[in-house]
Write a protein that binds this ligand. Structure first.
Ligand code: C2E
Ligand code: MG
Ligand code: MG
Length: 711
């Protein structure tokens, strides 16, 4: 197979070349660059295959790490550079068409596997080397009688040339001899090593266990021991070693010397610390990540009698809107700011905050009286979020919903605690957000988890568990019903009727939204046709159907819609598709094309939840939109008496701008007659809300005794 000019094979080779260029200078290989390139190519291929495999296999990464040691990349710098190259280039050159976020997370996991494989292989290799040295030393001792001279020469050769540090000390702990490698480890000066007392080399990190092993060895009660030990270097830095000490006996078997083999592990240790840090911290915000949080939670839950824990599970309200409308860079900045504020909320030992992913954060506290502590903590978090965040010259209001779980240690598993916190957080969100709620174990039992719903969704569509309620759209001028919005519901066999907020986001995540949305469209269009047939005298009622962002991206949106309208014989002008403002902001022409085609055919397009998406009003002209649906938050502002004057001004401004752009204005969430009147005075065209009717079954629409129609 010949590769395309810029085919995957070429890109793979380029990746291998970059890797080789980075690593070659620090290898101990006798190969030349070209030969080394060729050696790395199959490893690069393995890396790519592991990255793109259906499921990520850590063993593959580990094998690559081990292979690096095999090709003499034993300098820790070689690993460090390898990880840098993989981090920066693997996804870029070998990523294929997968989701970048998913690939980056795989690449990070691969890096950890490579590092683990590398460290393991290096340790094995060092052990083999050390054992060879120890064997030579033993042989030197046993051979005294028959071939003292030759074995002494052999021992000397090993001693002088070994890369491992070797020292020989007497039983009083005085260092008699040290090879060059050992002297180098301590900074290169012989006087500082030879003649030194071993006990002078104690270090604060030494465990008492270590010196007990030492005493046993010099007393002849043990033959060897192996420990990890730190030493002070003369220049003040710390040397970390794997230290193996063996007892050398004389021909009669009496203890005579101790032989120490030292492997410098300082670099590897630093690298491990760095890897550990990276594996346990979130790259964007620097906060501890899910892994570290779970470790801490486990520890808090395993604590002894009388100890308790408290957990705040925070999810930002409306973060998706900010991300969609201002872009991911702004979303990231907001998350960083939130992370900083949260970090400032934990002040006491035993408290931590972490980012679980996306806009979800947790704060954990542990101790004997977390009942009050966790309440304080949640309060501090809400206060910290209250000040608006300035990003790109805008003031963004950050709100969050917190679920609190508190209780004694030893009763629940981390997964149970987190599940309860998640459920409670959703309860807070459902109650309007911007608040915290305390977990209620009984309510938890009855609560439906997101996971459970997600798995039940596909079957639900097959079994026909979804149905649609219709909420009238009323003309503010004369109070007549102009149409209805179709709002989908799920009649769940165990949990009863669930609103769209519970399952639409899940359907979006799993892609089920496309068939579900198609079903809603078909069913609504069928219903609209039915109304026309039954109430021919009343004139056609418009039917509004909500579209999710995923449906907008779907290549068959236009053909499906045309097909459905055709099959039911409905004029396109009877249909109105509602698209949320946030889905269209920043949309390029490609994304707008299907909507534009539909609009040209006569389908109405409405911008739903308008006013929540920080959109640029001037942008409206670009969009193929004929109707603005003002979000409920505006009508809420008018509920108090007297109404919030700023809200009134904003609504007036939007209405006049919309009219000047030839857009009509619908308001959502009208709950009182006073609101309806104020909105009519401001020139809004149509309205929807509980004041007129709650969403209900289709046959109710024509029987409605509308509050305004009679006036
Ligand atoms: P939306 O399109 O903004 O729909 C209006 C929501 O406001 C509906 O909630 C409706 O029941 C509620 N509402 C209407 N009048 C009032 C009022 O006077 N006061 C208050 N407080 N609320 C009122 P619902 O049915 O829970 O739908 C929520 C959202 O779910 C919808 O918001 C829409 O974005 C989405 N959705 C509903 N059906 C579908 C669908 O078939 N497909 C897609 N993609 N999304 C849907
Ligand atoms: Mg809508
Ligand atoms: Mg809406």
């Amino acid at each position: 197979m010949t590769a395309e000019p810029d085919g995957p094979e070429d890109r793979l080779r380029r990746f291998a070349t970059i890797w080789s260029r980075a690593v070659f200078p620090v290898t101990a290989t006798s190969l030349n660059r070209a030969e080394f390139d060729a050696l790395l190519m199959p490893l690069a291929r393995q890396l790519r295959d592991a990255l793109l495999a259906r499921t990520l296999d850590a063993a593959q990464g580990q094998a690559i790490g081990a292979a690096l040691v095999e090709v003499h990349c034993t300098d820790p710098e070689a690993l460090s550079r390898t990880l840098d190259v993989v981090d920066a280039y693997l996804v870029l050159y070998c990523g294929g068409d997968g989701s970048t976020e998913e690939l980056r997370s795989r690449s990070a996991r691969l890096q950890h596997a490579v590092a683990a494989g590398y460290a393991g292989a290096l340790r094995d290799r060092t052990l083999i080397e050390q054992e060879a040295i120890a064997r030579a030393a033993q042989e030197a001792r046993y051979a005294v009688a028959e071939a003292l001279h030759t074995s002494e020469v052999r021992f000397r050769a090993v001693f002088e040339e070994a890369a491992t540090g070797i020292g020989i000390a007497d039983l009083d702990g005085c260092m008699l001899e040290a090879n060059d490698a050992l002297v180098r480890m301590f900074g290169g000066s012989e006087q500082l090593v030879r003649g030194r007392k071993l006990k002078d080399w104690s270090h604060p990190e030494d465990t008492p266990h270590l010196w007990r092993l030492y005493d046993e060895l010099v007393r002849g009660e043990r033959e060897h021991y192996r420990v990890e030990k730190a030493f002070h270097r003369p220049d003040g830095t710390v040397l970390w070693t794997n230290l193996t000490v063996s007892l050398l006996r004389d021909a009669e078997g009496r203890p005579q010397y101790q032989l120490a083999l030292m492997e410098d592990t300082t670099e590897r240790r630093l690298l491990n610390l760095r890897l550990r840090y990276e594996a346990t911290h979130d790259a964007l915000t620097g906060l501890p990540n899910r892994t570290l949080f779970f470790e801490r939670l486990e520890k808090a839950l395993a604590a002894g009698d009388g100890m308790r824990f408290g957990l705040c599970y925070l999810d930002l309200d409306g973060f998706k809107t900010i991300n969609d409308s201002l872009g991911h860079a702004a979303g990231d900045r907001l998350l960083v700011e939130v992370a900083d504020r949260l970090q400032a909320c934990v002040t006491v030992p035993g408290e931590m905050v972490a980012r679980l992913g996306g806009d979800e954060f947790v704060a954990l506290t542990s101790g004997p009286c977390t009942e009050t502590d966790v309440d304080d903590l949640a309060g501090r978090i809400m206060t910290a979020l209250a000040t608006p965040v300035r990003i790109e010259g805008r003031e963004l209001t950050v709100r969050g919903s917190i679920g609190i779980v508190e209780g004694p240690a030893k009763e629940r598993s981390p997964a149970e605690v987190l599940r309860s916190a998640d459920i409670t957080m959703y309860r807070a969100k459902h109650a309007g957000g911007n608040r915290y709620e305390l977990a209620d174990p009984e309510a938890d039992q009855r609560t439906i988890t997101r996971h459970g719903l997600t798995t039940a969704l596909p079957v639900a569509l097959e079994r026909g568990e979804f149905f649609i309620e219709y909420q009238p759209l009323v003309d503010l001028g004369d109070g007549s019903v102009r149409g209805a919005e179709a709002l989908v519901r799920w009649s769940h066999p165990q949990h009863g009727v669930l609103g769209p907020d519970r399952f639409i986001p899940l359907a979006e995540n799993t892609g089920l939204i496309v068939p579900l949305g198609r079903w809603v469209l078909e069913e609504s269009v069928r219903q609209a046709r039915h109304w026309q047939d039954r109430h021919a005298d009343a004139g056609p009622l418009r039917i509004n159907v909500n579209l999710s962002p995923c449906q907008l991206h779907h290549p068959q949106l236009v053909s499906d819609t045309v097909d459905i309208l055709d099959r039911h014989g409905l004029d396109p002008s009877v249909l109105c598709l509602e698209v949320t403002e946030s889905a269209l902001i920043g949309a390029d022409d490609d994304l707008l094309k299907p909507l534009r085609r539909l609009s040209e055919m006569g389908v109405n397009i409405a911008l739903d939840d308008f006013g929540t998406g920080y959109s640029n009003l001037a942008n409206l002209r670009r969009l193929p939109v004929g109707i603005l649906k003002l979000d409920r938050s505006f009508t809420q502002g008018m509920q108090q008496f007297p109404a919030d004057p700023t809200d009134l001004k904003i609504v007036e401004g939007i209405v006049s701008l919309a009219h000047s752009l030839d857009l009509s204005v619908t308001v959502e969430g009208v709950e009182t007659g006073a609101q309806a009147e104020a909105l009519r005075d401001m020139g809004c065209d149509t309205a929807q809300g509980w004041y007129y009717a709650r969403p209900g079954p289709p046959d109710r629409l024509h029987q409605l005794a509308l509050a305004d129609a009679t006036s």
